[in-house]
Ligand binder design. Structure first.
Ligand SMILES: Nc1ncnc2c1ncn2[C@@H]1O[C@H](COP(=O)(O)OP(=O)(O)O)[C@@H](O)[C@H]1O
Ligand SMILES: [Mg+2]
Length: 304
């Protein structure tokens, strides 16, 4: 029934410029503390998921907004290098979305973000991209742009019979009638707990309260559980997807985004939900072995 001739994936979401400082501790009030090192990294769930799709060899179009500043230039340049089509990334007078992360030696992380230009995208602009939406093979969304715009896109995509994946992250209220229309709802344990209204920190809890998540949408629900793998909630039952064992976990940043991009690849290629989840788990397991998000995501050859 679905038209798999539509030969690109469209990601509509966030782009962020992340500044990561490694340091032993946080400064005290009034103190100027010297950090040990700094790294810059392209991020934003939208951009990360687009990079994973593009790295797997699918034509991928990113829709979003950055500021008219050097951070915006850098993010767009990076995405282009990964093969993402950036012709629908707009510029706004707000600053580019930025994340400032302090990563301490004991593993704790303190982070602040500016959503900036990401929140300047409007439903009216989406209407201007009607052809793009209508002809997408799959549309991938997250909640790092205005929720009203995400809801608008989901309604539109449904009308055009386009398969939608919503990574409902970060967790926030969204119109429950619109949520029903989503084809693939993917959340991690934190987001699952928010939407289900009960703690869902492991597979047992997901299984016990699966119906609370299933009733959110008429489509498929997937809960990712970090190193514990993921759970596919089918209408007939709950299918645990084992994590792929890796020798050494270096940096789990972007694991979820890698999983989502690879799941989309699987669906785009006509895999069943189970097959797509297993493929996604393999992709994400490669991502956690390397530092960073976009740079760590695997191409097809690295997965096979
Ligand atoms: N330590 C790990 N070893 C192997 N796979 C992992 C590991 N951490 C994450 N993954 C894979 O990545 C997926 C997504 O990770 P998760 O942490 O749940 O997402 P998020 O980044 O959204 O919190 C998991 O379901 C799992 O398949
Ligand atoms: Mg996690």
């Amino acid at each position: 029934m679905r038209d798999w001739e539509r030969d690109y994936i469209c990601v509509i979401g966030s782009l962020n410029y992340d500044i990561i400082m490694k340091q032993k501790r946080m400064p005290f009030l009034g103190e100027t503390y010297t950090a040990d090192s700094i790294t810059y990294s392209g991020g934003g769930k939208g951009a990360n998921q687009a990079v994973q799709c593009a790295k797997l060899g699918i034509d991928t179009i990113m829709v979003g907004k950055v500021g008219r500043d050097t951070f915006g230039d850098t993010l767009v340049e990076k995405l282009k290098e990964y093969g993402v089509d950036c012709s629908c990334i707009g510029r706004s007078s707000s600053p580019t979305g930025v994340g400032v992360v302090h990563a301490l030696e004991d593993g704790s992380v303190y982070a602040s973000i500016i959503t900036g230009a990401n929140f300047d995208i409007t439903s009216l602009e989406i209407d201007g991209l009607d052809e793009l939406v209508r002809n997408s093979g799959i549309i991938i969304l997250q909640l790092e742009i205005p929720t009203g715009v995400v809801e608008h896109i989901i309604r539109k995509a449904k009308q055009y019979h386009v398969y939608t994946i919503l990574n409902a992250a970060p967790a926030k209220e969204i119109d429950r009638d619109v949520l029903k229309l989503v084809d693939g709802l993917i959340v991690n344990e934190t987001e699952a707990s928010f939407y289900a209204g009960v703690d869902m920190t492991d597979g047992g809890m997901v299984r016990a309260h699966a119906d609370r998540l299933r009733q959110l949408t008429d489509g498929t629900v997937i809960v990712t559980l970090g190193s514990k793998g993921s759970m596919l909630l089918e209408k007939e039952g709950v299918v645990p997807i084992e994590p792929v064992k890796v020798e050494h976990v270096t940096d789990s940043t972007g694991a979820g985004d890698s999983y989502i991009g690879a799941f989309a690849y699987g669906k785009y290629k006509g895999m069943t939900d189970r097959q797509a989840c297993c493929f996604a788990a393999r992709a994400a397991s490669v991502t956690v072995t390397k530092i960073g998000a976009q740079e760590a995501m695997p191409c097809l050859r690295e997965i096979n």
